[in-house]
Design a protein around this ligand. Structure first.
Ligand SMILES: NC(=O)c1ccc[n+]([C@@H]2O[C@H](COP(=O)([O-])OP(=O)(O)OC[C@H]3O[C@@H](n4cnc5c(N)ncnc54)[C@H](O)[C@@H]3O)[C@@H](O)[C@H]2O)c1
Length: 451
C-alpha cells in the first residue's frame, strides 16, 4: 500500500485563462456513458465539472435547483473569466450534460459530491443537504463506481454516509465500489491559484479506493497527496480552515493592540512578512464570511463536544470571530461620539458588502450583521455594492442597494469601508466625511480611521 506520498501527473492541464479542452488521455471509463458526475454545481461543483470537461472527461453535471441550472445554462453563474470560457465550450459540447435527474448518476463511472455543509443558528452542523445527496447517490449506486465526497464535514462522515450504508446493502467497498474523501480547496475569485493547480489530499476507505480516487483526481489536478484513511483526509481540511480561523482571530487581536498603541497594524504585518520562514501573514478585518472559515471549525467543535474533548483555543477564536461585526458597530458609535454625535438618526453607508473582494457572495458576510446592528441602534443605514441590488438582513428586514449617485445623494456622515472590490471609487469621499476602514488597507484614505 502506498501511503503519504505525493503523486504528480506528468502533464499539466491548461490553466485557468487558457481553457481549451484537451483530448482525453487514454480510454474513457468502459461501460459508462460518463467518466464523472458532479453532484452540486455551486462555487465548488461547477468549476470542478468544468475542469473535468476541460481535461477531456465526459461529464454529468447535476444540481437539484432549477434556478441554479438556469443560471448556468445562461452563463450567469459567478465564475472566474477562464471558467466562463470553459462553460461556454462545455454547453456546446456533447460530452457535457447538465441535469436535475439523479437517475442519470447510474451512467457515470465516478460520482463527486460537493453540496453545502452549513451550520445552523446554534452552530450545529446542518448535514441535511449532504445526507440527501448521499442518499440519492446510494439509491443509484452501480458496481464499479468510485464515490468521492468533497464537501467539508466532520471526521467519520464519509464512513457514516457512504461506507456503512453500502456495506449494509451488501456491497464490498474496495472491490464492488470505491469510496474516498478529498476536500475541495478552491478559493472562489482567486485567479492566482488555478483550481487545477492546487494539490489535493485524498483518503480512501481501502488502498484500492485510494488508488481509484487518486486516478480520478489526477484527470484534472496536477498533484495528489494520499493519506492513510478517510478520517485523515477529513481532518486535514478541518485543520486547514481552523488554522485560518485561529490566525485571523490573532490578527484581529493584534490590530486592536496596535490601535491602542497608535501603531498601524498593516505596517507591522508587512514588516513581519519580510521574515522568510516561520511567519505567514494573516490580515485583520470586520469579521469573517463565506461558507468555510465561519462554519468549518464548528464541525470539529461539535464533534469534540460529544467526546468531551476541550479545544479552548479554537473555541476562543470562533467566539472572537463571531463578535467582530459587533466590534465594528461599537467602533462606529465610538468614532461618532468622538466628534460629538450619536448613532440615532445618523446616516451611515457601508461600502462593499460581499464577504471578500471581487465575489458576488454574501454568505455569512459580516456586513449584514453590521448593517442590522447599526440600524438597531438608530442609524439610518445604506450600502453601496454593485454586486447586490437587494439584501436581506439578519433582523428580517431588507435593504435596497444604492448606486454611486444615490450614495452621494444619501450624503453619509460616516462610511464603513467593509470590502474593497477592484476599482472601488473612494474619490468622492471628501475630507469632511469620516471613513471607518475595517480593511486596514486604506492608507490612501484622506479621512480614514482604523477599526
Ligand atoms: N465556497 C468555497 O469557497 C469552498 C471552498 C472549499 C470547500 N468548500 C466546501 O464545498 C462544499 C460546497 O460548497 P459550495 O460553496 O460550492 O456550495 P454552494 O452553496 O455554492 O452550492 C451548492 C450547490 O449544491 C446544490 N445542491 C444542494 N443539495 C443538492 C443535492 N442533493 N443534489 C444536487 N445538488 C444539490 C445546490 O443547489 C447548490 O447549487 C461545502 O462543503 C463547502 O464547505 C467551499
Amino acid at each position: 500500500m502506498t501511503t503519504f506520498e505525493s503523486v504528480t501527473r506528468p502533464e499539466p492541464v491548461a490553466p485557468i485563462g487558457l481553457p481549451a479542452r484537451r483530448e482525453a488521455e487514454g480510454a474513457h471509463a468502459p461501460g459508462f456513458e460518463y467518466d464523472v458526475a458532479v453532484v452540486g454545481l455551486g462555487y465548488v461543483g461547477l468549476p470542478t465539472a468544468l475542469a473535468y470537461h476541460a481535461a477531456g472527461s465526459r461529464v454529468l453535471a447535476l444540481d437539484v435547483s432549477p434556478r441554479r441550472l438556469d443560471l448556468i445554462r445562461s452563463d450567469r453563474a459567478d465564475l472566474l473569466e477562464g471558467d466562463h470560457e470553459r462553460l461556454r465550450t462545455a454547453l456546446d459540447h456533447p460530452d457535457f450534460e447538465l441535469t436535475s435527474d439523479p437517475d442519470r448518476l447510474r451512467a457515470s463511472a465516478a460520482v463527486i459530491v460537493c453540496v453545502p455543509t452549513p451550520i445552523d443558528e446554534h452552530l450545529v452542523p446542518d448535514l441535511s443537504l449532504l445526507r440527501a445527496a448521499c442518499a440519492a447517490v446510494l439509491d443509484r449506486v452501480t458496481p464499479g463506481q468510485t464515490l468521492m465526497l468533497t464537501s467539508t464535514s466532520y471526521v467519520g462522515c464519509t464512513d457514516d454516509l457512504l461506507v456503512v450504508p453500502l456495506t449494509e446493502r451488501g456491497f464490498v467497498v474496495g472491490t464492488d465500489v470505491f469510496v474516498a474523501f478529498s476536500a475541495e480547496r478552491i478559493d472562489p475569485g482567486n485567479e492566482s491559484f488555478g483550481h487545477d493547480e492546487v494539490p489535493r489530499v485524498v483518503g480512501g476507505s481501502t488502498p484500492q479506493c485510494e488508488e481509484e480516487a487518486s486516478r480520478l483526481l489526477l484527470r484534472y489536478v496536477t498533484d495528489v497527496h494520499r493519506v492513510r484513511s478517510l478520517a485523515a483526509a477529513e481532518m486535514t481540511k478541518l485543520l486547514e480552515n481552523t488554522f485560518r480561523a485561529v490566525n485571523i482571530a490573532l490578527a484581529n487581536e493584534f490590530a486592536d493592540i496596535c490601535t491602542s498603541m497608535d501603531l498601524n497594524v498593516s505596517d507591522v504585518i508587512t514588516a513581519a512578512s519580510t521574515k522568510p520562514y516561520g511567519f505567514m501573514p494573516f490580515y485583520p478585518g470586520p469579521g469573517v464570511g463565506g461558507h468555510c472559515i465561519p462554519c468549518d471549525p464548528h464541525y470539529l467543535l461539535w464533534q469534540l463536544r460529544g467526546s468531551r474533548v476541550a479545544a479552548p483555543m479554537i473555541t476562543q477564536a470562533m467566539t472572537e470571530i463571531a463578535a467582530r461585526p459587533h466590534r465594528v458597530v461599537d467602533r462606529v458609535q465610538e468614532v461618532l461620539s468622538g466628534s460629538g454625535r450619536g448613532l440615532t438618526g445618523t446616516r451611515v453607508l457601508v461600502m462593499g458588502i460581499a464577504y471578500k473582494p471581487d465575489v458576488a457572495d454574501l454568505r455569512e458576510s459580516p456586513a449584514l450583521e453590521i448593517l442590522a446592528g447599526l440600524r438597531a441602534r438608530g442609524a439610518e443605514v445604506a450600502y453601496l455594492d454593485d454586486h447586490f441590488d437587494l439584501v436581506a438582513l439578519p433582523d428580517g428586514s431588507t435593504l435596497l442597494g444604492l448606486t454611486p449617485t444615490g450614495a452621494a445623494a444619501f450624503d453619509p456622515e460616516l462610511v464603513v469601508l467593509h470590502t474593497r472590490h477592484e476599482g472601488t471609487d473612494l474619490a468622492w469621499l471628501d475630507p469632511g466625511r469620516i471613513v471607518l476602514d475595517t480593511t486596514y488597507r486604506g492608507a490612501d484614505l484622506v479621512n480614514g480611521v482604523n477599526l
